[in-house]
Design a protein around this ligand. Sequence first.
Ligand SMILES: Cc1cc2nc3c(=O)[nH]c(=O)nc-3n(C[C@H](O)[C@H](O)[C@H](O)COP(=O)(O)OP(=O)(O)OC[C@H]3O[C@@H](n4cnc5c(N)ncnc54)[C@H](O)[C@@H]3O)c2cc1C
Length: 621
Amino acid sequence: MGKGDEDTWRSRNITRRDFVHGLGLGGTMLAFSTGMTACTSEGPSAANYPPLRTGLRGSHPGSYEAAHDLVEEILSIKPPLETDEQYDLVVVGAGVSGLAAAHYYRQRFGTDSKILLLDNHDDFGGHARRNEFHQGGDTRLAIGGAQYLAHWFFTSTVDALMHDLGVDMELLLAENEFRSGRNGRQGPAIWFDKATYGVNKLVIGCDLAGDIGRDMLTAIDAYPIGEMARAQLKAFYDKRTNVLTGLNPEESRLYLTSTPYTVFLREHGGLNDEAIELFQSSSHAFWGVNISTLSIQEALANGSPGFHLLGEDTTVRPHQAREGFFPDGTASIARLLVRQLIPRVAPNAHAGNIAAAQFNYAELDRTDSPVRLRLNATALNVSRRDKDAVITYAEAGKIKTVSARHCVLACNHSMIPYLCPALPEAQKEAQRYQVKVPLVITNVLLRSGDAMEQLGINGAYCPGRMHANLYMLKGISSGGYSNPMSEPGPVVLTFSGTIAAPAGITDVREGFRQSRKKMLELTFAEYEREIRTVLDGMLGPAGFNGERDILAITVNRWPHGYAYEYRDLYDPEFPKGKAPHYLARRPWGNVAIANADAGASAYLGNAVDQAYRSVQELPAS
Ligand SMILES: Cc1cc2nc3c(=O)[nH]c(=O)nc-3n(C[C@H](O)[C@H](O)[C@H](O)COP(=O)(O)OP(=O)(O)OC[C@H]3O[C@@H](n4cnc5c(N)ncnc54)[C@H](O)[C@@H]3O)c2cc1C
């Protein structure tokens, strides 16, 4: 049982590596040399179609300043008496949870309900974000945030939503030959960079999970690290023992959840600091933190090696659940929801063509539509007056107010104490506890995948760099879009990772705050330099030339990324039903609370479940 008890899925399921991923999931427009602002002579352009925008995306410049001014008390809001518009429901946050809340509201209160969704970004979907590139001639889609459908965790509520949206999970799985960079001809790879390791070196046919066969032991000989560290790594992967011998199940559980993974590596794996350092950022994509902050159990869930020291037979590959992928990640689910709420946005779109469908953003916020989705609109205050909720928001530098019979807050919980200062103090404290995990997903359009092909790799782990993993995003042909592994032409290379908190920070949530600050401070030029350094260093020997071969770069910053999941080494064992998210999500009269934070689990299924619960909690009138 995990720290937050039964409804945090990670803790429920950490027994085997059934969700291991190895290589990880895997202001302004930039001033960039090679024609970054995608547009075709006809149809969508970056001006009217946000997925085409490049440069700093995700939390793009302009999306967070009003909220930060409120938090820093530069801005203080008192709701005015007059309201501009009246709705049945106002939803704050048009991520998957907010969109699903609108869907469930129509189910409960009728499809003629007047609904307004507000979101501070210039695109909908929250983390379910799509990047689209046309620069190389052919359209290439990319995943700007949330990646796959973890269907094996879906509740019946989520299954029913998928059914309503027409998503056929079996078909989605069959249409996917993408394995997060692991299916290169020569298998996975590790790239050691000069700044960290003194030499640029690509070692092929190895990863840190260590379950890819005995050739890997030979590959370790090529790691540019000290001789002792190399010898220890080889001995570690070769060792078979059971350190749990003599412990009963409860003692074993306590050991696995209270012992830092790095201590385990040192004491039972026989690794020195240099060898352990190699693992440090291998948990960035899955947990958004350095491995030194993980317990043994959490690291094993990440796919890190260790089962072979716990008496498990690692010669038998454990069942690996296959993820459901659309070519733009879970953005296709957000699109399907938007299409259902506001059909005129994409009249002919359905699950079978959703990834390829054109969306007309001009239709999102029309006065004659029962459901309206307002982008670039940041909620700043939510109060209650008589039987209404009154929502004050900033849009294009103006402060506006709307009222509604009901309100669902589907935004990150850490924002709610500022939006609703009148909430009970203990509830606001619980919301502040839920600090989201910062992440970066950078998509780079390359003229071709030739250099990767020549090297025989589809991805690599980069232990010394900002983005710990990179992989070619090909082999997902679903939703009416086709991009098989064998397709020539431009290719998207996805870099994923986080900006590690500065050394010396012992509180993991303070680490997230520091990491977020740094992520927002870095300029596009700095992200771009990082990308070029890695690509030139890694692929240069295979004929790659960044000046010629990089066509576009989109940096998706997610300073408020994964929902906070209770951590073995940093959170107490909460009594059943008493973990902070239970208190944080309590309804406040006609204001209910959704978002993935409400279930303390960073998954789409949870965001949907929380949307459903929040709508059922709204008073009938
Ligand atoms: C990089 C990354 C990768 C991920 N990968 C996966 C994956 O592979 N599979 C998976 O299932 N999940 C993944 N997730 C988790 C993802 O968070 C959930 O799946 C889900 O998309 C969360 O939806 P949400 O609506 O709860 O939150 P969000 O997506 O955060 O949406 C909330 C929206 O509310 C907006 N908002 C906040 N405050 C205000 C305000 N004051 N006014 C107006 N709007 C506001 C936010 O900016 C945001 O747009 C990933 C997340 C990230 C960041």
